[in-house]
Design a protein around this ligand. Structure first.
Ligand SMILES: C[S@@+](CC[C@H](N)C(=O)[O-])C[C@H]1O[C@@H](n2cnc3c(N)ncnc32)[C@H](O)[C@@H]1O
Length: 377
């Protein structure tokens, strides 16, 4: 599909999802999209194939685990891809055996390169099937010599298509690279989530900042905060920001990023939003503005219920990367007493079927009045 046609199709899909959730048609803005769809992806993950001394790197062919070697990839940052391929050539010279999907033998499964937004700093993660005293030091040294600022090792023994496993250790260089988005600096470790599109990260950040308002005496809740991607740049507009995130690495990165940027009024609560938000409400916590950027599965019923029945913020900015979750969450939030005010799709993943959507909700005045008068919702 031609790029412009993709954008129109994605807007229709968002319109359809929102209409399904609301039960009536709704206007949706044109996608915020880059002029040029190429070169935006900053996280480059290449699977390893071939043989020891003659490694290849690329992507799995559809529905198989056969590595199709690539020499470039148009949606990815060109320097990042070239760097990843250079690393694979170095691993090849070292004689590292590739992991064999069929037999489960071999070591090197993938290499992941992250390019710092706005800084170009390079972070490398070697994905290995097991620990290896023989190759770990050499792979780490090779990546550092090639120009990586930060090197990590990921151990992935599972039989699955996932690119990487859950165990990760810092192996050399700096623990974090620096990224900069719309003037905010972030310190990012290899294990933490960071937005993967250069254009998308900026557009998303700008849109959320535009809708977040400001309340010098109010509190902002940044739910599913990662390293405080939204909360950090908004901290100067609120008395306090509370960020909730389950990943230890992202939480630690958020604390480091706040210290590095001199932001003192943000605190991070590590744990599932389900339990952190429950504890926050039990202690009488309130919020003026809430940002919720859940994973693909969307809001759990428990979190949606707490947002609509107990927290009822003046503004709820909801970010979705999945159309089914968007439809369901629009239904749950509006039935729970919020009113959908605006919908802005963002082109995060050009040349794929995925689309990111930002939606602004406010309390439904009729339901809010009924609630004040003690009426049933
Ligand atoms: C789509 S990412 C968004 C992160 C951040 N808002 C950003 O823009 O960089 C979703 C985040 O939610 C976290 N997460 C997923 N499920 C969670 C849960 N139940 N409670 C807390 N955090 C969760 C993930 O670790 C991830 O960092």
């Amino acid at each position: 599909m031609a790029y412009r046609a993709q954008l129109a199709w994605k807007r229709d899909e968002v319109m359809r999802a929102v209409r399904t959730g609301l039960g009536r048609p709704v206007q949706v803005a044109e996608l915020l999209a880059p002029e040029e769809p190429r070169g935006h992806r900053t996280k480059i993950g290449l699977r390893i194939g071939g043989a020891a001394g003659a490694l290849t790197a690329g992507l799995f062919a559809p529905h198989t685990r056969e590595v199709v070697a690539i020499s470039e990839c148009e949606v990815q940052d060109a320097n990042g891809t070239a760097f990843a391929l250079r690393l694979v050539a170095l691993a090849s010279k070292l004689g590292v055996p590739p992991f064999e999907e069929e037999s489960g033998r071999g070591l090197l499964r993938a290499v992941v390169v992250r390019v710092g937004h706005g800084t170009g700093e390079l972070q490398v993660t070697w994905v290995l099937s097991a620990r290896s005293q023989q190759y770990e030091p050499a792979l780490t040294a090779a990546a550092l010599e090639a120009g990586a600022l930060s090197v990590a090792l990921n151990f992935h023994a599972e039989d699955g298509k996932q690119l990487a496993g859950s165990r990760l250790v810092h192996a050399g260089g700096a623990a974090r690279i620096r990224a900069e988005v719309c003037g905010q600096s972030y310190l990012v470790s290899a294990g933490a989530f960071f937005q993967t599109s250069k254009f998308g990260a900026e557009a998303l950040s700008r849109q959320v900042r535009a809708w977040a308002g400001s309340a010098p005496h109010g509190r902002l809740l940044d739910l599913y905060s990662g390293l405080g991607f939204f909360g950090l740049p908004l901290a100067s507009r609120f008395r306090e920001v509370v960020a909730m995130e389950e990943s230890h690495a992202a939480t630690e990165d958020g604390i480091a990023s706040a210290a590095g940027s001199g932001v003192r009024n943000i605190s991070f609560r590590e744990g599932r939003v389900e339990s952190s938000l429950r504890a926050f409400l039990r202690s009488g916590g309130e919020a003026t503005t809430v940002i919720a950027d859940p994973p693909r599965s969307g809001l759990s019923a428990e979190v949606a219920e707490m947002l609509t029945s107990e927290l009822t913020p003046e503004r709820l900015i909801y970010v979705s990367c999945d159309l089914d979750a968007l439809a369901r969450d629009v239904a749950v939030l509006t039935q729970g007493g919020m009113q959908l005010e605006e919908v802005q799709p963002v082109e995060m993943f050009p040349m794929t079927k995925h689309v990111e959507t930002v939606a602004l909700f406010r309390p439904n005045p009729v339901l809010a009045m009924a609630r004040r008068m003690g009426g049933r919702r």
